[in-house]
Design a protein around this ligand. Structure first.
Ligand code: WQD
Length: 325
């Protein structure tokens, strides 16, 4: 039995491919390499192609005896999703429905989906529990929520069991620095902090210093990418024993503010983080952090690492891979 990982050459995908291999599973990756890197696979099996290619996916699933799919392949920039909405609907929703169609046709039984805490929008309360009604505030978030709905209905009508994992703020890199985040296009805080510290970009803009938080800056639940990867292994373990479809948060349950991220980075790197304070970024909530107890109860998963390990591994990765892979 093989696990097919779409988008396995991407940031979270590649860490998951590695964890799946370590768990003893046979893995094949399907990636277009539009944004992924073959180096990130560390030798895992790669098929270069599109998730929307029905014939390719059915053939691959049949030939490799694929029972489970872990689906990462998607565009992931919130800002770009607002300027190119149809690109996101087409790739993230259209691509995923074509993939699910092929999966069902080829007899795949289980599906793990890379969703996002972005589906909650600005949450009405924290910690965020899964019963909060999703209120996407971007096209990107809407596409994740739409695919969750598709999976729910295909579960109901075709029996495909799935786990949708809603990630909070993924960050960090592997502990041996073999793989990490390609920072060329990112707008996320941790890689921007690393880049600014290394003098590879202008000073970090701290978006807002008047939020109702302990130091006035935005608070988020940063989750180590290795913890996220292990969450996918646990999700497959859960499905492997025949359990029903599930949607759950992957977060730590603890928030860190922008200034806490800055000061920890200064301590770890021994360098100052060049920064300036600017206005709030439109649409940013003050505080978001997960209630991770459902994942702990149902999957037996909890985050092992905190902000310290996230920033330590991010710093080691970025300072040794200043130009990415
Ligand atoms: C974190 C904090 C910013 C950049 C986004 C997506 C979400 C998910 C994760 C995929 C906030 C502050 C940031 C900067 C700053 N992605 N910040 N200066 O907005 O919580 O979530 O990424 O699923 O969908 O919306 O993450 O890393 O952009 O911001 O001050 O240059 O850092 O205001 O408080 P966010 P982020």
């Amino acid at each position: 039995m093989t696990v097919l990982v779409t988008g396995g050459a991407g940031y979270i995908g590649s860490h998951t491919v590695r964890s799946l291999g370590e768990s003893g599973r046979e893995v094949v990756v399907l990636d277009s390499l539009e944004t992924g890197h073959s180096e990130a696979l560390l030798g895992a099996d790669l098929v270069v192609g599109e998730i929307a290619d029905f014939d390719l996916v059915t053939k691959l699933c049949r030939e490799r005896n694929v029972r489970s799919i872990v689906h990462f392949a998607a565009y992931k920039s919130v800002g770009e999703s607002m300027s190119h909405p149809l690109r996101y609907f087409s790739n993230n929703v259209g691509g995923s429905t074509a993939l699910i169609d092929a999966a069902v046709a080829a007899g795949v039984e289980q599906f793990v989906f890379s969703s996002s805490a972005a589906v909650y929008g600005s949450p009405a309360r924290v910690p965020v529990t899964e019963d909060l009604l999703p209120r996407p505030e971007s096209v990107y978030a809407e596409t994740k929520w739409m695919v969750e709905r598709v999976l729910s209905w295909i579960g109901e009508t075709r029996g495909l069991r799935s786990v949708c994992l809603r990630y909070f703020n993924a960050a960090g890199a592997s502990f041996d620095s073999a793989i990490g985040e390609d920072w060329s296009v990112t707008t996320n805080l941790v890689p921007i902090v690393m880049k600014a510290t290394l003098g590879k970009r202008p000073p970090l803009e701290v978006f807002g210093s008047d939020y109702p938080t302990r130091d006035g800056t935005g608070e988020r639940d940063y989750i180590h990418v290795v913890d996220l990867a292990e969450g996918h292994v646990k999700a497959l373990d859960y499905l492997d024993v025949g359990k029903p479809s599930l949607t759950c948060n992957l977060g730590t349950g603890k928030g860190s503010t922008v200034l806490e991220v800055l000061s920890a980075t200064e301590r770890i790197s021994g360098c100052g983080v060049p920064h300036v304070f600017s206005a709030r970024r439109a649409g940013d909530p003050a505080v978001v952090f997960a209630d991770p107890s459902l994942a702990e109860r149902e999957l037996g998963w909890r985050a092992r690492y905190g902000i310290e390990e996230i920033l330590q591994t991010a710093w080691t990765w970025h300072s040794t891979h200043v130009d990415g892979y």
